[in-house]
Every structure is written in structure tokens, then in C-alpha cells.
Ligand binder design. Structure first.
Ligand code: NAD
Ligand code: UDP
Length: 312
């Protein structure tokens, strides 16, 4: 049966891919966004589709609609954007969660929270399992995002316990792909844009810090499986690609794939930048029969092809 599905942050990078997938499967999609970091360009191809509705709205304000499912993605995700107005970032995570959970409570919709590996902070457990509580600096520059997302998880758990709301919490690890914002400062988009323009590639610190990069289609598949899973499985569940690379290796791979003449330059490491990050995905494998399918090289090629159409 086709459903009516609300996606907050639907005009963003990940949200727009989720809109595509859910529309393709014959659902009705309400894409709600305030266009802070998202854009109409990301979903322009869906405008005019009778199953697609675009709503300009801020999740810090209540929203009313009758829906079957909610994916709550509204929140700037890159450090540059979430630190631009830190208080607003906290409001978006916390008041946004309260508003969408209230909507889920009234409509009895199932609701999925786009949480983050940032809840683990700079982890001293490696790789990170869902049972790890994290090592977050509550007063650092990343705290508006990390603590906002941690509070949102708490709100989800408590709406479930107190009000019986059907919740799903997904902890997303670094995700990349077409429609990433070219100027959002994230490592994959930065390096690809720099490589395509033969500009210096900016390595923060010594480049030995690691990340695990997941292609966006794998994440969307994880979302869909999580939403479809039984009501007794609420998460949190890690969704990410365990392939771990140093930032230096990523830079070298992008230079190779773009045939770039760029050179590496070293810059200071930002405050509270995690040294290592890699998901343990055993829970997702066991409960959702999910694992990532797209290797880094294949995903980077698709992402480079996208950026070639918008830069140069
Ligand atoms: P994005 O910035 O492209 O998307 C976020 C969307 O939310 C944008 O369209 C933005 O305009 C919208 N938004 C922001 N504040 C809003 C508000 N107050 N009201 C309504 N809309 C608002 O980022 P993304 O990478 O697509 O991330 C989507 C979600 O996934 C975020 O919640 C993010 O925290 C989470 N996440 C992403 C990653 C990643 O690697 N991309 C990793 C972990 C978690
Ligand atoms: N990074 C970098 N050069 C850049 C952008 C980022 O070396 O131009 C590093 C950054 O310091 C971090 C890693 O790449 O160690 C991932 O950064 P990103 O902002 O993409 O994600 P997050 O830190 O949230 O995982």
C-alpha cells in the first residue's frame, strides 16, 4: 500500500535522494524544508509530479499534516553550516524533534530520526558499536550539533516510552554523493572541487585522522529497511560503511580519479576533530540484513561526475 510520507530536510543532500527513492516506489511525499542548506535545485525534477509536494517551513515551528511515516532529516550537517548559527542548530534539533514527535503522536505515524556518528564524539572505543555512550565535549564548537542530536535521541526514546510513539533511530556515518553542497566544507566535496579546479588540496592536521565513507544510495537503502522493520526494533542502529581511510588516502584517491595536478597543503586541525571513526555494523546486518554495496572508488566516480557538471 502506498503511503503519505513527510521528509523534513527533504531538499538537502540526503533528503533529496530519499525523496527520489520514495516517489519511485509510488508513495506520496511531502518535502518540508526551510532551504537553509538545501535547495530547490536538488528536487526540481520532482516538481510537477502529482505525488510530490514541496513545503517551505521551519521545523522549529509546529507543522500539521496527516501522514503515515516521517523521516526527520532537517538540520545542517556540515561544521561550517551548523556553526554558522549554533543556537539555531540546537533549536532545529531539539524543537524540531519535539514538533515532529508531536505530529507522530497525533497521527500515529512511524518516525525515523537521522541521528549521527557525532553522538560518539571523539570516540575512545573503536570501531563504534551502538552500546558505546560517546566522548563528546559539551562546551566545544561541535557541541551545538552533537548535543542537539543527543538530546533529539533522548526525546525520541522518551516519546516512545511515555507515549508509545513508533520510533526508529539511525546513526549515520559520513555519507557522500551527488548533490552535496559544493561549499559546505566537508572533506569529500572540498577535495573533489579542489581537484577538479587543480587547486591545492587542503589537508587539516597531518591527514592521518580516519573516516569511513558511505555512498548515499547505501544509506537510503538502510533508511528504507529500518523504517520497514518490526515495531520492536527501534535502534539506535549504525548505518555506515566500515571501509576506513585516512584523509590523506582519500586525497590521493581523488587526485588519481580526477587526473588532477593539485598539490597537498597542510592546515591546522579544527578543534575537537575526531581522530578515528568507523562504524561497527553488526546490528544492521543482523536486524536489517543490510550492508553497504558501493565501494569507495565507484561512489567517488559518480560524485566526481556530478561535480563536473556544476564546477570548472
Ligand atoms: P543538508 O544540509 O544537505 O540537509 C539538511 C536539510 O535540512 C537542508 O535541506 C536544510 O535546508 C534543512 N534544514 C535545516 N534546518 C532546518 C529547519 N530549521 N527547518 C527545516 N529545514 C531545515 O545535510 P545532509 O547531509 O543531507 O544531512 C541530512 C541529515 O542527516 C541531517 O539531519 C544530518 O545531521 C544527518 N547526517 C548527515 C551525515 C552526512 O554525512 N551527510 C552524517 C550524519 C548525520
Ligand atoms: N578535512 C580536511 N580538509 C578539508 C575538509 C575536511 O582535511 O578540506 C578533514 C576534517 O578535519 C576531518 C575530516 O576531513 O578530519 C572529515 O571532515 P568532514 O567535515 O567532512 O566531516 P566530520 O569531521 O564531521 O566527520
Amino acid at each position: 500500500m502506498n503511503k503519505r510520507i513527510l521528509i523534513t530536510g527533504g531538499a538537502g543532500f540526503i533528503g533529496s535522494h530519499l525523496c527520489d527513492r520514495l516517489i519511485k516506489e509510488g508513495n506520496e511525499v511531502i518535502c518540508l524544508d526551510n532551504f537553509f542548506t538545501g535547495s530547490r535545485q536538488n528536487i526540481i525534477h520532482l516538481i510537477g509530479n502529482p505525488n510530490f509536494e514541496l513545503v517551505r517551513h521551519d521545523v522549529t515551528m509546529p507543522y500539521f499534516a496527516e501522514v503515515d511515516e516521517i523521516y526527520n532529516l532537517a538540520c545542517p550537517a556540515s561544521p561550517i553550516h551548523y556553526q554558522f548559527n549554533a543556537i539555531k542548530t540546537i533549536k532545529t534539533s531539539v524543537m524540531g524533534a519535539i514538533n515532529v514527535l508531536g505530529l507522530a503522536k497525533r497521527t500515529k505515524a512511524k518516525i525515523l530520526q537521522a541521528s549521527t556518528s557525532e553522538v560518539y564524539g571523539d570516540p575512545d572505543v573503536h570501531p563504534q558499536t551502538e552500546s558505546y555512550w560517546g566522548n563528546v565535549n559539551p562546551i566545544g564548537v561541535r557541541s551545538c550539533y552533537d548535543e542537539g542530536k543527543r538530546c533529539a535521541e533522548s526525546l525520541f526514546m522518551n516519546y516512545h516510552a511515555q507515549n508509545g510513539v513508533k520510533i526508529k533511530i539511525v546513526r549515520i556515518f559520513n555519507t557522500y554523493g551527488p548533490r552535496m553542497h559544493p561549499n559546505d566544507g566537508r572533506v569529500v566535496s572540498n577535495f573533489i572541487v579542489q581537484a577538479l579546479q587543480n587547486q591545492n588540496i587542503t589537508i587539516y592536521g597531518d591527514g592521518q585522522q580516519t573516516r569511513s565513507f558511505q555512498y548515499v544510495d547505501d544509506l537510503v537503502e538502510g533508511f528504507i529497511r529500518m523504517m520497514a522493520s518490526g515495531d520492536d526494533f527501534i535502534g539506535p542502529v549504525n548505518i555506515g560503511n566500515p571501509g576506513e581511510y585516512t584523509i590523506l588516502q582519500l586525497a590521493q584517491e581523488i587526485i588519481r580519479l580526477t587526473n588532477s595536478k593539485s598539490e597537498l597543503v597542510y592546515m591546522p586541525l579544527p578543534q575537537d576533530d575526531p581522530i578515528q571513526r568507523q562504524p561497527n555494523i553488526n546490528l544492521a546486518k543482523e536486524k536489517l540484513n543490510w550492508e553497504p554495496r558501493i565501494p569507495l572508488e565507484e561512489g567517488l566516480k559518480k560524485t566526481i561526475a556530478y561535480f563536473e557538471t556544476i564546477v570548472k
